[in-house]
Design a protein around this ligand. Structure first.
Ligand code: 9Z3
Length: 309
C-alpha cells in the first residue's frame, strides 16, 4: 500500500504511450520558452478509480471539465500557451461552441455528393474554426488526456517537471476534480467482481497529497493555483486557508459545488477576494472563468515582477 507520493507513483502503472506523451510535453514547453511565452498547465475533469484490474467498474465524479475548458480559452486570449491535461471525455475548449453534440447533425450531402456544413451552422463553425486553427498553427495548445487517477497523477508529474525550466513564467491551474481515495493494486481483484458474492463492500485508501511534492520539488519556482471544492459554505474559506498554509503555494480558488459557475473566492495568504457574476453578466452570457483568469493574470504578473526584483 502506498503511503508516500513516491510509493504511489512507483506502484501504479504509467498510462499508455507515457514516454511519447512526456516527449511531446517537453518539446511543447521548449518551444514556448524559445518564444518567451508564459505557459499554463490547466488540469480538467474528474479522475476515475478502478475497482478491478481488468476494469469493468470504476468510481467517477461529477466534474464535466467546464472550468478547465473555459479557462483554457481565456488563458489563450491573454497570450498564455496552454497544456490542457484533460479527462478523455471531458469538455474541450472551442469544440464547446459547436452548436450540436452530434457532428453528423451539422453536415449535409450536396447533389454532387460533397459533404458540407449546413448553411444555418456555417457562420458559427467558421468563427470557431478560425480561432482554433490560429491557436493550432501557432502551436499554443497541447492537449494531453487521462482517464484514471493514476494516469492523471503520473502525467501531472511529467507536466510539472517539464515546466521546471520555465521558472516563474509557468502557471499551474489545478482545476481537475481528483479523487482522494483509491484501491491499491495489491488489494484490487483481478477479474470482474461477481454479484454472486453478495453485497459489495469497498475499502478505499487515501491518496497521498501530490500538491506537496509539486510545490516543493517538481516546480518550486512556478505560480501554483489549486482549487478547493466544498458543499458546506461554512468550511470553504477555512479549508482554502489551511491548504495555503500547508502547501505554501500562491493561490487557492475556493468554490461551492452548487454556485461554482457564478461565484468563487480567490484566496491568498493575505487576501480573500469574492469574484462573482451579476444577473446582468449572466444574461449577457459572461463566464466567470473570464473574471478568474483576469484576476490570476494580474496576480501572476505581480508574482513575476516581485521575483525578478
Ligand atoms: C474544482 O473545484 C473545479 O472548480 C470543479 C469544476 C471541479 C468544481 P466542472 O469540471 O467543475 O466545471 O464541472 N476543482 C478541484 C476539485 C478538487 O478535487 N479539489 C481538491 C479538494 O477540494 C483539492 S485539489 O480537496
Amino acid at each position: 500500500m502506498a503511503t508516500t507520493w513516491k510509493d504511489f507513483l512507483d506502484q501504479t502503472e504509467k498510462p499508455d504511450k507515457f514516454d511519447e506523451k512526456s516527449k511531446e510535453i517537453i518539446e511543447f514547453v521548449n518551444f514556448q520558452l524559445r518564444s518567451k511565452r508564459h505557459i499554463v498547465l490547466v488540469t480538467s475533469g474528474g479522475t476515475t478509480v478502478p475497482l478491478e484490474s481488468k476494469t469493468v467498474r470504476f468510481l467517477d465524479n461529477f466534474s464535466v471539465g467546464s472550468r478547465g475548458a473555459l479557462s483554457t480559452e481565456y488563458f489563450l486570449k491573454r497570450g498564455y500557451a496552454v497544456i490542457f491535461l484533460t479527462r478523455n471525455r471531458g469538455l474541450r475548449p472551442f469544440l464547446r461552441h459547436v452548436p450540436k453534440t452530434n457532428i453528423l447533425d451539422l453536415l449535409t450531402i450536396t447533389d454532387s455528393k460533397d459533404v458540407k456544413v449546413k448553411p444555418e451552422y456555417e457562420q458559427k463553425i467558421l468563427q470557431v474554426l478560425q480561432t482554433y486553427q490560429e491557436i493550432k498553427n501557432e502551436n499554443l495548445l497541447l492537449t494531453v488526456e487521462f482517464q484514471t487517477l493514476s494516469d492523471y497523477l503520473q502525467l501531472l508529474k511529467a507536466c510539472s517537471v517539464a515546466l521546471q525550466p520555465a521558472g516563474n513564467q509557468a502557471v499551474l491551474y489545478l482545476a481537475a476534480a481528483v479523487s482522494d481515495f483509491y484501491i491499491p493494486k495489491d488489494l484490487m481483484p483481478e477479474h470482474k467482481i461477481q454479484s454472486s458474492g453478495g453485497p459489495l463492500k469497498l475499502s478505499l485508501q487515501l491518496v497521498p497529497k501530490m500538491l506537496e511534492p509539486l510545490v516543493k520539488e517538481w516546480v518550486p519556482d512556478a505560480f501554483v493555483v489549486s482549487f478547493k471544492l466544498e458543499t458546506d459554505k461554512d468550511l470553504l474559506i477555512s479549508k482554502a486557508l489551511q491548504a495555503i498554509d500547508k502547501y505554501q503555494h500562491q493561490i487557492v480558488i475556493a468554490n461551492l459545488l452548487e454556485t461554482r459557475k457564478k461565484e468563487i473566492f480567490v484566496v491568498t495568504k493575505e487576501t480573500q477576494d469574492h469574484v462573482s457574476l451579476s444577473d446582468a453578466d449572466i444574461k449577457n452570457g459572461k463566464e466567470i472563468e473570464e473574471l478568474i483568469i483576469d484576476c490570476l493574470v494580474e496576480h501572476h504578473h505581480q508574482f513575476c515582477s516581485v521575483e525578478n526584483v
